[in-house]
Design a protein around this ligand. Structure first.
Ligand code: PEP
Ligand code: MG
Length: 567
């Protein structure tokens, strides 16, 4: 068995199609007629762009609008004025079009791949794809085409480019296997969107695999079996069928109300990091957004995004959601989330330090800019504001006072915003759990952040493997904390959601139903699973389980008991 990185889930069983790369070798030559050589380059770039636009259109159908933009990005690279001017300068110096184009692309590839940042590294992959495409046209070589792949094909390639994937008939492809690539590469993203199992980064796969041989790939574990025996085929065929059955079962919950078996309705929303993730939330049948982590907008920039930039991003998310709830969390930096251009001082203990609301209240200009942008976006949808990492009442009061000040400012200017915008808090620190009754009087809603709440309650850093045995929401300490937060919210009559990972944990769900949680905010792929899970519990059933759980003394006992009642 070979091992790679599973980047798109599911099991693929089929016949290998080796996507051999055609040689793009040439002898770099000198040219004298630089004018016609420049024309040759421009024609090749034009042809490349036309071909790529067609690929973008077919990707639009097979994958989606956002995915088609990957190909439009390639067109933008090929047409980049700086790059083309530099290439043409090289041609004017007498270098042939192939060598001139290739050397400029290689320069960018080297710059982009030398960073640690995944997004920039991805740009190197894009430039490589453009380089291959344009060189193939200049050399008159046809690039590997997968459009004729027969039904039941597992594509096996050294590197699979988005342009190759744009040409496939996805009904015929049951798996993707590559020697390079990672979870964040464009082809991995495309494989997930197209729902094709994929394993990438399998060392030596091109040498090991034979064309037309049977293979099995597991896109979740990254396992690859070439020429499987009968027993392996039987085992994986059965596993694939179970998986497909489970998926079909989940699909029954698409478009349904999220409700318990005895009819109590819950809100099931998604966590997002970028406005466009709201599209994924909608596609996953989420009922809105329970947590928009705005720090990602800041992380993608080299300086603080302006009010206008932020307003456009928040407005975009609100418009995508068409009136469905959008909870925008104000900047949560510090801890493990650094933003280099803010110049945060290195701290001995960053998780206990100058983080989130603490930073924002001390950096009023930055905070005001964000709050104004959110308020203005509230005119375009169902927007709420949420403050992270609250530990005391003063933080909520100060934050709210600032919002009131900004509302008054906007009113004077005649700028539209939602007068009734709701202002809630994340309850994710130990103190917020203990004084939840006091905080509930000052907040329009709570959202329990179990990722941090578990860490702060247990005094256990989730990144430290020596103490990871303590880091579990099933610890009695954390469960009591969650219970008291939900009780405080109920007593004050405010909604209480959960946006930490625990909200999607089937073992936690009966407990959360019993405690009285009203909203579950989960990652988009978990929506249907959580809806199904909620539908399997009645309040009485969840209460029975919870009563037993709360009588147990250790996390191990709790987990073992829950395993017996949660399927
Ligand atoms: C949490 O702490 O549970 C949470 C949702 O916030 P983050 O993971 O962004 O810290
Ligand atoms: Mg948190």
């Amino acid at each position: 068995m070979l091992k790679g990185t599973g980047v798109s889930g599911g099991i693929g069983i089929g016949r290998i199609l080796l996507a051999e790369e055609h040689s793009l070798e040439y002898t770099p030559g000198q040219v004298t007629d630089t004018h016609s050589e420049t024309k040759r380059l421009r024609d090749a770039v034009r042809l490349f762009c036309e071909k790529t636009e067609k690929q973008a259109q077919s990707l639009m159908i097979s994958a989606g609008k956002e995915e088609a933009e990957i190909m439009r990005g390639h067109i933008a690279i090929a047409n980049d004025p700086f790059m083309l001017t530099e290439v043409e300068k090289l041609i004017s110096g007498g270098q042939c079009a192939e060598a001139s184009f290739e050397s400029m692309c290689d320069m960018f590839i080297q710059i982009f791949s030398s960073t640690d940042d995944d997004v920039t590294k991805q740009r190197a992959e894009d430039v490589r794809d453009v380089k291959t495409g344009v060189l193939a046209i200049l050399l008159g070589v046809s690039t590997a085409s997968l459009s004729d792949a027969p039904a039941g094909t597992i594509i096996c390639a050294k590197e699979l480019t988005p342009s190759m994937l744009a040409e496939i008939n996805k009904e015929n492809i049951v798996g993707i296997l590559t020697e390079t690539g990672s979870t964040t590469s464009h082809s991995a993203i495309l494989a997930r969107v197209m729902d094709i199992p994929a394993v990438m980064s399998v060392p030596g796969i091109m040498a090991a695999a034979k064309d037309k041989d049977t293979a099995i790939i597991d896109g979740t574990t990254g396992d690859v079996i070439l020429s499987p025996d009968e027993e392996q085929l039987e085992k994986y065929t059965a596993a694939r069928e179970t998986l497909l059955r489970q998926r079909a079962e989940l699909e029954k919950f698409r478009g349904k109300v999220t409700a318990s078996a005895d009819g109590t309705v819950y809100k099931l929303v998604c966590n997002i990091g970028k406005p466009d993730d709201a599209i994924k939330a909608m596609e996953a049948d989420g009922e809105g957004v329970g947590l928009f982590r705005t720090e990602f907008l800041f992380m993608d920039k080299t300086s603080v995004p302006t009010e206008e930039e932020q307003f456009n991003e928040y407005k975009r998310a609100a418009l995508i959601l068409r009136g469905k709830p959008l909870i925008i969390r104000t900047l949560d930096i510090g801890g493990d989330k650094d933003i280099p251009y803010l110049g945060l001082a290195k701290e001995e203990n960053p998780f206990m330090g100058f983080r989130a609301i603490r930073y924002c209240l001390k950096n009023q200009e930055l905070f005001r800019t964000q709050l104004r942008a959110i308020l203005r976006a509230s005119a375009f949808g169902n927007v709420s504001i949420m403050f992270p990492m609250i530990t005391c009442v003063e933080e909520v009061r100060e934050g709210r006072a600032l919002v009131e000040e900004l509302k008054a400012e906007l009113r004077l200017q005649g700028t539209a915003f939602d007068e009734n915008i709701q202002i809630g808090i994340m309850t994710e620190t130990a103190a917020s759990g203990v004084i939840a009754d006091l905080l509930a009087k000052e907040s329009d809603f709570f959202s329990i952040g179990t990722n941090d709440l578990t860490g702060y309650t247990m005094a256990a850093d989730r990144g430290n493997s020596d103490v990871s045995y303590l880091y579990s929401p099933l610890q009695p300490g954390v469960l009591r904390m969650i219970k008291s937060i939900t009780e405080a919210a109920a007593a004050a009559g405010i909604p209480v959601g959960m946006c930490g990972e625990a909200a999607a944990d089937p073992m936690m769900i009966p407990l959360l139903l019993s405690f009285g949680l009203t909203e579950f905010s989960v990652s988009a792929p978990s929506v249907l699973t959580v809806r199904k899970c909620i539908s399997s519990w009645t309040k009485a059933g969840a209460d029975r389980v919870t009563e037993k759980v709360m009588s147990l003394s250790t996390q191990k006992e709790i987990e073992e008991y829950l395993k017996t009642v949660v399927k």
